[in-house]
Design a protein around this ligand. Sequence first.
Ligand SMILES: C[S@@+](CC[C@H](N)C(=O)[O-])C[C@H]1O[C@@H](n2cnc3c(N)ncnc32)[C@H](O)[C@@H]1O
Length: 222
Amino acid sequence: MVPGYPAAVTVDVEQVRTELIEFGSLSIQYDERVLRPRRWTTAQSAWASALLRTAPDGPVLELCAGVGHIGLLAMVGQDRPLVLVDSSDVACEHAAANVERASLPGPVDIRCGQMDDLIADEERFALIIADPPWVPSGETGEHVDDPLHAIDGGADGLDLVRTCLEIVGGHLADDGSAVLQLGGLDQVAAVSDHLTDHPELGLRLAEHRAYEDRGVLVLLVR
Ligand SMILES: C[S@@+](CC[C@H](N)C(=O)[O-])C[C@H]1O[C@@H](n2cnc3c(N)ncnc32)[C@H](O)[C@@H]1O
């Protein structure tokens, strides 16, 4: 120690490396604290983009957006406003950088927090994209590389899916549509039953598309 100077303090700074991945036509950044963008989910962007061709006027909402890639890719060439919602501060920071890089013609609003707190009563969306955690809690150990907050869907995997259904039911425009991601056909059946049991949501499951064992997309309409 040098006389007159305080002892040096060693601070452990966590080294987190930002990665870049091609996602469709976009370049998307993320790091190990969030879910790595999965290439098959460009299918969710593509379906959403196709639905936008006949969607009513109005903004687009993405729930559980993570670093924003699915919604951003869906909006390439669109000048509608996009709202991205996620509870992870880290994901929202990457989403902000990804918005800059995507240079979409329309405005993008990133809302960071619990999704059921962030949509005003009067807001209505022409299209809603949702990618909630859907792994049952007891099976999250099979996905050791994925952060728990991004995959843990509760006992039956559907806790956050039900929250998404509430939000879609409350905020989807009359002729709008929603594309929701699920884990498998058993969850498709469970969501269909849930909508039958909850007619107050005003939604029906119109179609589903399965992507082998990677996931399933469902189309929800009024
Ligand atoms: C399956 S990941 C999907 C992320 C991104 N769409 C992707 O494909 O990588 C689920 C996301 O939901 C977010 N999440 C979990 N609970 C949430 C909540 N209550 N409100 C908002 N976001 C939530 C997580 O932070 C995570 O980014």
